[in-house]
Write a protein that binds this ligand. Structure first.
Ligand code: HEC
Ligand code: HEC
Ligand code: HEC
Length: 271
């Protein structure tokens, strides 16, 4: 028993000392290879700011919102046409992991006021000041978006090829991107299942006795359940097309928010 405990303690000490060793290693590697451009604190050095065609980027916001894989790729392969060139430093695969661990220790506080300001400057022309995208630019409504924080950030960083949603990496710093992503998620509509239940009673119950009594039409009925449909698809099935002819004006007149409340209620009841 004693032997086992001593052995286990030995393992713990070994484990945590290797963790500390690799963090120190990561710090040393970072200071040697990256700090000249990205700054010792990740906030970009004087020299990094002057680089052409693009300055070095602030690395303090990455931990929460960018996947390790993405950083691994950038550090291993660099970024074409910029000063981010792997040949300038000499890291093996393990060194890259240690540097990423160290970069992930750079922390910052979310600044919602900055997120709002930058959103209004850079996004509102297409997505609207309220994020609802009623601007005629074909942008997506961010209030009902299902994207998680990382995917929202990825969309901002790289854009959507072939659409007006272009990369914002050169308009926004990483801290800006992080703040905007949090702000955009703040704008999201928080559906209310109680309101949904009341709306279901007043607009749907005359034909569908309960959410689980709703039958899907056509071939879909064989392959799909209500729970398989995304919010977007459900909204489409409820407020548009054939269903409106069947269900009548009251349903056609539901607002987006009312429909989201109903959908939240349907989801709660058909889980
Ligand atoms: C000679 C200057 C220089 C050195 C040294 C350098 N970088 Fe960079 N790095 C840059 C520049 C410039 C960019 C921005 C390129 C761009 O705008 O696309 C960049 C971009 C990056 C990015 C992408 C940031 C983003 O928001 O997409 C990461 C991550 C990164 N560097 C990490 C590192 C790490 C880790 C090291 C050290 C191993 C390092 N860099 C060394 C200049 C440098
Ligand atoms: C020039 C117009 C334009 C600007 C400016 C713009 N967007 Fe977009 N955005 C679009 C379009 C168009 C789409 C839809 C792309 C598609 O069809 O996939 C989109 C899609 C998105 C999506 C994906 C939503 C989803 O649910 O799939 C996010 C997130 C997003 N934009 C965030 C932003 C943020 C944040 C900003 C500001 C930093 C911004 N956009 C600026 C036009 C724009
Ligand atoms: C006047 C009758 C009527 C009302 C009111 C009505 N529906 Fe329907 N609904 C139908 C009929 C008919 C169908 C076709 C399937 C069936 O026979 O059950 C249908 C189908 C559906 C479907 C499946 C759509 C598809 O594409 O398969 C959904 C989801 C649905 N209703 C939701 C609702 C919701 C939510 C409300 C209230 C906002 C509502 N319905 C109100 C008559 C109605």
């Amino acid at each position: 028993m004693l032997k086992k405990t001593v052995l286990a303690m030995g393992c713990v000490v070994l484990l945590s000392s290797t963790a500390i060793a690799s963090e120190m290693h990561g710090k040393a590697l970072y200071e040697q290879n990256c700090a000249s451009c990205h700054g010792a604190d990740g906030k970009v050095s004087q020299m990094g700011m002057k680089l052409k065609p693009f300055p070095a980027r602030d690395l303090t916001a990455l931990a929460e919102v960018v996947d390790r894989d993405e950083l691994r790729r950038i550090i291993a392969y660099g970024i074409r046409g910029t000063a981010m060139v792997p040949k300038r430093y000499d890291l093996d695969a393990a060194g890259i992991e240690d540097v990423i661990d160290y970069v992930f220790t750079f922390k910052r506080k979310i600044n919602m006021a900055n997120g709002k300001k930058r959103f209004e400057q850079v996004c509102a022309t297409c997505h609207g000041f309220d994020g609802r995208a009623k601007t005629g630019m074909g942008a997506k409504n961010l209030v009902y978006s299902n994207l998680n924080l990382k995917d929202t950030v990825h969309t901002m960083r790289y854009g959507r090829i072939g659409t007006k949603m272009t990369s914002k990496r050169h308009q926004l710093t990483n801290p800006d991107i992080e703040d905007v992503a949090y702000y955009v998620h703040e704008l999201r509509f928080k559906a209310d299942t109680k309101k949904g239940a009341a709306l279901f009673s007043s607009t749907c119950k005359s034909c569908h006795s309960s959410p689980s009594a709703i039958k899907l039409g056509g071939n879909r009925a064989r392959t799909m359940k209500l729970t398989d449909m995304s919010d977007y698809l459900l909204d489409l099935r409820i407020r548009h097309g054939r269903h409106v002819d069947r269900a009548g004006k009251k349903v056609a007149k539901l607002s987006e928010d009312e429909t989201q409340n109903i959908i939240a209620y349907l989801r709660k009841e058909t889980k």
